[in-house]
Design a protein around this ligand. Structure first.
Ligand code: ZN
Length: 188
C-alpha cells in the first residue's frame, strides 16, 4: 500500500505521497482538508472550508501526470451585500511533474505553472502547496446571493439601500469636484 495520509489535516501536517513505491499506471487518492488547513493564510476570501481533493496520479518512467478534482464547500461573503453564503467548491487542475537531474534550475526556468520538476532521487511528492492553491482557486469567482424567483437577487435589502445612499453621496461629491475643476479652468 502507498503511504499517504487521507485523514483530516491542518496546514502544518504534510500531505505527501511516497510515489517511489507505486507501480507505473494510474493511482487514486482522496484528501480531505478542513478550515484549519487555511488558518495560516495571509488573505483569503472564504471561511469554514471543508474540501475534498481527489487526485489521479498517472505514473510514467520519467514523469507523472496529476489531476486534482476539488469538491466540497466554503462560506463566502456576497459581493453585493456582504451576506454570508455557503458555496460549493468545484474545479479541476492538472500538473505535470517531471523527474530530472537539476530540478531547482529547471523550476526557475520553467514558465508554465502547470509543470514542476523534482529530482530523480526524490521519493515523495509534497502536495500541501498545490492543494492549498487549488482549493483556494475553486472558490467561485462570482459570489452572489441566489436569485429570488425571477425577480432578482436575494441580497440583504437594508444593506443594499445603505450602499445606494453611499454611492449617491459619492456621486454628488465627484460631481462637485468636477464642477470645481471646471470653474478653475474657466478663470484662466
Ligand atoms: Zn447578497
Amino acid at each position: 500500500m502507498p503511504s499517504f495520509k487521507p485523514e483530516v489535516m491542518g496546514k502544518r501536517k504534510a500531505i505527501e505521497i511516497a510515489f517511489v513505491g507505486l507501480k507505473p499506471g494510474i493511482h487514486e487518492f482522496t484528501f480531505k482538508v478542513e478550515d484549519l488547513f487555511f488558518a495560516e493564510a495571509a488573505t483569503r476570501d472564504f471561511a469554514n472550508c471543508s474540501a475534498t481533493v481527489n487526485l489521479q496520479l498517472d505514473k510514467k518512467s520519467s514523469f507523472m501526470l496529476l489531476k486534482f478534482e476539488v469538491g466540497g464547500k466554503a462560506d463566502v461573503a456576497c459581493d453585493r451585500c456582504g451576506n454570508q453564503l455557503t458555496k460549493d467548491l468545484w474545479d479541476e487542475f492538472n500538473m505535470l511533474v517531471k523527474m530530472v537531474d537539476n530540478p531547482e534550475e529547471m523550476n526557475q526556468q520553467e514558465e508554465n505553472p502547470d509543470v514542476f520538476y523534482i529530482s530523480k532521487t526524490e521519493s515523495h511528492l509534497y502536495l500541501n502547496d498545490w492543494i492549498y492553491e487549488f482549493v483556494s482557486l475553486s472558490v467561485p469567482v462570482q459570489k452572489l446571493c441566489s436569485e429570488e424567483e425571477l425577480g432578482g437577487p436575494k441580497c440583504n435589502k437594508e444593506i443594499l439601500e445603505k450602499l445606494k445612499e453611499m454611492e449617491a453621496n459619492d456621486d454628488a461629491n465627484n460631481a462637485n469636484a468636477i464642477w470645481k475643476g471646471l470653474e478653475k479652468f474657466k478663470k484662466k
